[in-house]
Design a protein around this ligand. Structure first.
Ligand code: CMC
Length: 428
């Protein structure tokens, strides 16, 4: 059946083509509407707008399911590893043994950063937020690797993507070490991706470092859970920035900045701070009431999601991972976990949260987990960004290869002054 939709504006009827995806809602193509009718569509926050076609990640928000390239993300978190997911997102398929060996070796070959980077760090105050430093470092990669900044060259695209996957953890660990006044630890290519990152964060030259395998596996899962989430704010920011043809390092750095906000990647830090503020099970009611109060800006951090109107599938894996890590550190009776579990129980049974379909999201349990592993809350969003770099790169590549790609240029509903006459200062 040839489906079509129409919009009637005054006496005129405009045909709007319908486009189907493989699954999920179809879209109404309004791209010609302005040219035909002189009307724009209006959708602040993109609540009803598909900004692009994409074949990377599919989220079923009602069922609470998420798939990377068709594979359920929770299965991948349990059975795969982060670097394999990076390959899957970029190459569209899981690697065979030969492809895996070539890819993982290539990433290892790029883990070091230019020695001059050390000087770059020295310009920052020691007390700087590690995210502030990492954002700047990722953008600065374009100054260090100008040989891989041409977005139209396939080889340069591949090398710049591999450089970012390999070097972002190194830069993130350096930002952390710098903020606590410890020497930088060079990458150790005898370790896997996540083990190496843990070593760069927690080893000191004076002592032998032994990777905690439970932490390494937990962090690897956390990276998988955060690797992509279709057209969220940071990914859309990367796409918009990259649509101008700017180099990939500059494009990906915009993802870092957008992710940093407390409503997006910064929510894990905010959720942990909130649990600390609540402090005790007996205070939960007060904070649930505050969250429900229209006149109080307080929200339950780690609750709610634009797309999930069911339990966030990432939160389920995260909750299990949280238990594994707390068992490992002998804190299965952790006070914050107790507060989190009770808060979740109360909110899930509360009319306000039920009616608004507000469920715990990935950030609800991730803060407790990362904190038990030894990360300060200021590093949480940085860890999210390391993982999401995989998704941003896959979206960037998809956009570069899309023959229909145009520079992003949203329009507006102008509500300012009508044209008026300028008066020189002496006449005002
Ligand atoms: N606590 C209390 N009320 C809430 C919450 C919350 N966490 N989240 C949404 N609401 C209410 C909100 O007040 C609004 O009520 P009303 O319809 O009466 O005005 C309604 O639910 C819809 O909220 P919204 O802000 O219009 O929904 P949104 O889709 O624009 O926002 C969100 C989604 C994630 C920004 C929001 O739920 C929120 O602020 N949550 C807390 C921050 C958080 O945990 N963010 C992490 C998201 S998951 C990680 C990621 O992917 O970045």
């Amino acid at each position: 059946m040839n489906k079509k939709s129409t919009v009637t504006i005054g006496d005129n009827i405009y045909d709007l083509p319908l486009i189907d995806g493989t699954i999920g809602p179809s879209v109404i193509d309004v791209s010609k509407l302005y040219g035909d009718s002189n009307y724009f569509t209006y959708d602040p926050g993109f609540t009803s707008t598909a900004s692009c076609k994409s074949s990377i990640t599919y989220i079923d928000g009602d069922k609470g399911e998420c798939f990377y390239r068709g594979y359920p993300m929770d299965v991948l978190a349990e059975e795969s590893n982060f670097l394999e997911i990076v390959y899957l997102l970029w190459q569209e398929e899981l690697p065979d043994k030969k492809q895996w060996s070539e890819f993982s070796e290539a990433i290892k070959n790029h883990t070091m950063v230019h020695e001059q980077f050390k000087n770059f760090f020295n310009g920052f105050r020691r007390a700087s937020h590690p995210m502030a430093i990492t954002v700047a470092c990722v953008a600065a990669l374009s100054a260090f690797y100008p040989d891989s900044t041409n977005v139209n060259d396939l080889n340069q695209r591949v090398i710049s993507a591999r450089r970012m996957i390999a070097k972002v953890p190194t830069l993130a660990a350096m930002a952390y070490k710098y903020s606590i006044g410890q020497p930088f630890i060079y990458p150790d290519n005898s370790l896997n991706y996540t083990e190496n990152f843990l070593k760069m964060c927690f080893a000191v030259p004076a002592e032998t470092f032994k990777v905690n395998k439970v932490f390494a596996r937990a962090l690897d899962k956390i990276f998988i859970l955060h690797a992509d989430h279709e057209q969220n704010a940071s990914t859309s920011t990367v796409r918009l920035a990259a649509s101008s043809g700017v180099n990939p390092f500059a494009s990906i750095s915009t993802g870092f900045t957008s992710l940093w906000g407390p409503l997006h990647g910064g929510a894990n830090e905010a959720a942990l701070n909130m649990l600390k503020t609540i402090g005790d099970v007996k205070n939960i009611k007060k904070y649930v009431d505050k969250a429900k109060d229209k006149n109080d800006p307080f929200r339950l951090m780690g609750f709610g999601h634009r797309v999930y109107k069911n339990y966030d599938p990432r939160a389920k894996v995260m909750q299990k991972t949280c238990h594994e890590v707390l068992d490992e550190v002998g804190r299965s009776d952790d006070k914050l976990l107790e507060v989190a579990k009770e808060l979740e129980k109360i909110a899930l049974n509360d009319k306000y949260f039920i009616e608004k379909k507000l469920y715990p999201n990935i950030d609800f349990y991730s803060g407790i987990t990362l904190s038990a592993m030894g990360f300060p809350s200021s590093m949480f969003t940085v860890l999210f960004a390391i993982a999401r770099t995989a998704g941003w790169l896959a979206h960037w590549k998809e956009m570069c290869l899309d023959p229909k790609n145009k520079i992003g240029r949203p329009r507006q509903l102008y509500t300012g002054e009508k044209p008026r006459k300028f008066k020189p200062l002496q006449n005002r």
